[in-house]
Design a protein around this ligand. Structure first.
Ligand code: ZN
Length: 392
């Protein structure tokens, strides 16, 4: 079970930002309270089209990052832009209207399940969508209350969060190829910075979980509380945590957040206790599979390596080990330097999308927050030795 639990890495990481290179800057606000809306006519190999959306950033050379009404980002290079004009922002959509807009782009057969904070588009059983909606809502509340208590200025997302659930693995794999242009590589869900959605499939349809001839129906909760489902569920919760982090003000989509921070936060939340009706082990409990991986693979200097750049997260050979270090470092900082970590998160939350954040700047910001990585490493390893002794 532990091997399955800790294997996946995020498909989210595949998406890289490439808006106009020259000094992108945050968009000026519109005339009202919200962001400025524009209508942009685009000419590129895909044909001529007109796109409308809120301006997120503008490149120094005329490139634009737009957020469309369905929360999807569109990156436009200057050479593809024919005209741009300001337009009034459309009225805020109801969650149901947003859901209908998204359904129109999905294959036939999808339906909507709305919860307090989520728009869930599904083509499996409604019972499964309800089970998933309840898990997402619990994560939402646990995430917001945890970080508020820690002193981070998080806000409830000001619009619904979108989740797409396919009936089975095959349909999901096709969607992954369309969205990120890569195979899903056994990952059971992913969050995309570009669409702002979590996409997953009915996990009870995973190999060997559902008894033959049975639908996901009322069995969902029962099937997914089984130990062999833990890895699948953890992946979906991990991705839902990314979605929360990118929608509550902790990080900004396409901003240069170091991956050890992104993944450290997500791995601290990925171990829900689904047998409990009300509880969420969440960040209060040890992620023992990550801890085990950390114990067996950490080498002197790794802390500084993941702080300086994201190379180890992006290399399939080293990614899973890097996740374990990201988890351990986040855990250590939350337990021993919480105020400094919260301040550091707030600093990262102000980074502008599509800007650069090189090694020197990353190391300098980290050192300002916590001291030099080399010195911190001694305290880090001592603390993680003590953490290991807590494992029964
Ligand atoms: Zn992740």
């Amino acid at each position: 079970m532990h091997r399955r639990f800790s294997t996946p890495r995020c498909l989210s990481l595949i998406v890289a930002c490439s808006v106009a290179g020259a000094a992108p800057r945050a968009a000026e606000p519109g005339t009202g309270d919200g962001p400025r809306w524009e209508r942009v006519s685009v000419r590129d190999p895909a044909g001529d089209r007109i796109l409308e959306g809120a301006v997120v950033v503008e490149g120094g050379d005329g490139g634009v990052l737009l957020e469309r009404a369905d929360q999807r980002y569109e990156l436009m290079q200057p050479e593809t832009i024919a005209t741009r004009e300001s337009v009034p922002a459309p009225p805020v959509e109801t969650p149901r209207d947003l859901g209908r807009r998204i359904l129109a782009d999905l294959p036939a057969g999808f339906d909507l399940h709305l919860t307090h904070h989520y728009v869930i588009c599904f083509d499996t059983s409604r019972e499964y969508a309800k089970w998933a909606g309840a898990v997402f809502e619990r994560l939402h509340d646990a995430f917001v209350s945890f970080w508020k208590r820690a002193g981070l200025d998080v806000a409830e997302p000001d619009r619904p969060l979108v989740v797409v659930i396919f009936a089975d693995r095959r349909a999901y794999d096709e969607a992954v190829r369309r969205d990120v242009g890569a195979g899903s590589d056994r990952v059971s869900g992913y969050y995309s910075f570009l669409t702002n959605r979590v996409t997953t499939y009915d996990l009870t349809a995973a190999d060997g979980l559902r008894p033959p001839g049975r639908g996901s129906g009322r069995l969902a909760a029962e099937i997914l509380a089984r130990p062999e489902a833990a890895g699948l569920v953890a992946t979906v919760v991990h991705e839902a945590t990314h979605q929360m982090a990118f929608n509550c003000g902790m990080h900004r989509r396409l901003a240069p957040v170091p991956l050890w921070v992104c993944e450290g936060v997500a791995t601290c939340f990925e171990t829900p206790d689904l047998r409990s009706q009300t509880g969420w082990r969440g960040i209060g409990s040890l992620n023992t599979p990550r801890l085990e991986r950390f114990r067996h693979t950490y080498q002197a200097g790794d802390l500084e390596r993941i702080v300086a750049d994201d190379a180890r997260f992006r290399d399939a050979e080293t990614a899973v080990d890097a996740y374990a270090i990201g988890w351990a470092l986040t855990w250590f900082l939350m337990e021993t330097r919480r105020d400094a970590f919260v301040k550091y998160l707030a600093m990262l939350g102000s980074k502008v999308p599509c800007t650069q954040y090189g090694r020197d700047a990353r190391l300098a910001d980290f050192t300002t927050a916590f001291g030099s990585p080399a010195e911190l490493e001694r305290a880090f390893l001592r603390h993680m030795d003590r953490v290991e002794r807590r494992v029964p």
